[in-house]
Design a protein around this ligand. Structure first.
Ligand code: KG4
Ligand code: ZN
Length: 353
C-alpha cells in the first residue's frame, strides 16, 4: 500500500483566510486540520467584500492561519509532501497573498507546488464523506461568486454544462438579505428568517433560457426589491400605491418565497442539465449548499432519479483550505505538479460546453 501523502493547503481567493493540512491515505482524503479566519467583521459595515480590505486582512491573518493548521494537525514542515493553494478564480489582490506565501513555502521547503481551481475544489469537498462519488458525476457549485452545473469525467476534469448568466445564487441571497437589512453575509440570515414564513406567499421565479440549461437570478432579485419597496412609478402614469407595511410576518413570507424561487431555479436547471448529461453520481458544494432547502431539493431529485447524492459536509461548504488540499492531493497522486511560475488568475479555466 502507498504511504500517505500529506499537504499544506492555503486559500485566500475572497474573504476567508484559510489553511489546512490534508492527507490522502489508501485512496481516502482526510482533513487533519481546518483553520479558517473569517473577515466578516471587516466587511459587514460595507454590506459586501471590499477587495483592498480583504487583501490587507489576508496579509495579517495568513501566517496565524498556517501556524494554527500545522499545530492542530501536529505536523512538522519536513513531513509535508507538497504545498497547495487556490490559484483561481478570485479577487486578484487576495489570491496573490496566498499564492505568494504557498510558492515561498514550497520553494524554501523544496517541496512540489500545486495551484488549483477553487470552483473544482468546492466539489472535491464531497470526497470527505464516508464514501466517494463515482464518475462521471454531475456537480453543482453554488456560492457567492459561482453557480455552475459541471459534468465531471473525474474529480480533476470538468466542463460547465449550465451556469448563471448574471448573479450567483449566493449573491442573490446576500442582496435579498441586504434589502431586508438583515446583515451580511445574508444567505444564512435569510434562511433563518424564511423558516417562519410561507414560501407560497409570493411567486418569485428565476429566469431560464430557451435551448439552454442556464439560469438568471437578477430578475428574481429585482422582483424582490419591488415587492419590498414598491415598483418605481412609470412616466406619465398614475403613482403606484405605497407597498404594504413590512411586518415581521411579511418579512418572513418574503424570505421564504425568495428562497423557494432560488431553489426552484436551481432545480429547473438541474433537471435540464441531467437530461443532457445523465451521470453515475450527483455532487454539490459551495456556500449555498449549506442551505437546508437546497439540500432537501437535491435529496428529493437524487431519490427520484435513483442516483447517489454527495453533499459537501457543511463545514467544508463555505470557503476553506481543506477542499483545496483535497483537489491538490488527487492531482499530486496522479503525478501532477505546477511550476512556481504559475500565475494567479481572476477567472476559472473550466471549459464551457
Ligand atoms: O463558497 P463561499 O464561501 O464563497 C464563494 O466562493 O463565493 O459562499 C459564500 C456564499 C455567500 O453568498 C453566502 O450568503 C452563501 O454562500 N451562503 C448561504 C448559506 N450559507 C452561506 N446561502 C444560503 N443559505 C445558507 N445557509
Ligand atoms: Zn468558494
Amino acid at each position: 500500500m502507498n504511504a500517505p501523502l500529506t499537504i499544506l493547503a492555503l486559500e485566500t481567493s475572497c474573504d476567508e483566510t484559510a489553511a489546512a493540512v490534508v492527507q490522502l491515505r489508501a485512496g481516502k482524503l482526510v482533513a487533519l486540520s481546518n483553520a479558517v479566519i473569517n473577515q466578516d467583521h471587516v466587511h459587514t459595515m460595507y454590506g459586501g467584500v471590499v477587495p483592498e480590505l480583504a487583501s490587507r486582512a489576508h496579509l495579517e491573518k495568513l501566517l496565524p492561519a498556517i501556524r494554527a493548521a500545522m499545530s492542530d494537525a501536529e505536523i512538522s514542515y519536513p513531513q509535508l509532501d507538497a504545498v497547495a493553494v487556490g490559484i483561481r478564480p478570485g479577487l486578484i489582490g487576495s489570491l496573490l497573498v496566498g499564492v505568494s506565501a504557498a510558492k515561498a513555502l514550497a520553494w524554501s521547503l523544496e517541496k512540489p507546488f500545486l495551484g488549483v481551481d477553487h470552483v473544482l475544489a468546492h466539489l472535491v469537498a464531497c470526497h470527505f464523506l464516508d464514501t466517494t462519488p463515482e464518475y462521471p458525476a454531475l456537480g453543482l457549485v453554488a456560492s457567492g461568486g459561482h453557480t455552475h452545473f459541471v459534468y465531471m469525467e473525474s474529480p480533476l476534469h470538468a466542463r460547465v454544462v449550465a451556469r448563471t448568466r448574471d448573479d450567483a445564487a449566493g449573491e442573490a441571497f446576500d442582496k435579498a438579505a441586504s434589502i431586508l437589512q438583515l446583515g451580511w453575509p445574508g444567505g444564512p440570515l435569510l434562511e433563518k428568517l424564511a423558516r417562519g414564513g410561507n414560501a407560497n406567499a409570493f411567486d418569485f421565479r428565476a429566469g431560464h433560457f430557451a435551448g439552454s440549461s442556464d439560469m438568471s437570478f437578477s430578475g428574481l432579485k429585482t422582483a424582490f426589491l419591488y415587492e419590498v419597496r414598491g415598483a418605481p412609478n412609470a412616466p406619465n402614469r398614475p403613482a403606484r400605491p405605497a407597498p404594504p407595511e413590512l411586518t415581521p410576518t411579511r418579512q418572513a413570507d418574503l424570505a421564504a418565497s425568495f428562497q423557494r424561487g432560488v431553489v426552484r431555479g436551481l432545480e429547473k436547471s438541474l433537471r435540464s442539465s441531467w437530461e443532457t448529461n445523465p451521470c453515475l453520481s450527483l455532487c454539490a458544494g459551495g456556500g449555498v449548499i449549506r442551505n437546508e432547502s437546497v439540500r432537501d431539493m437535491l435529496q428529493a431529485f437524487a431519490h427520484t432519479m435513483n442516483v447517489p447524492l454527495f453533499l459537501s459536509p457543511k463545514e467544508f461548504c463555505t470557503d476553506n483550505a481543506v477542499m483545496i488540499g483535497g483537489l491538490a492531493l488527487l492531482r499530486l497522486a496522479a503525478g501532477e505538479r505546477d511550476p512556481l511560475s504559475l500565475a494567479a488568475e481572476p477567472l476559472s479555466q473550466l471549459r464551457i460546453s
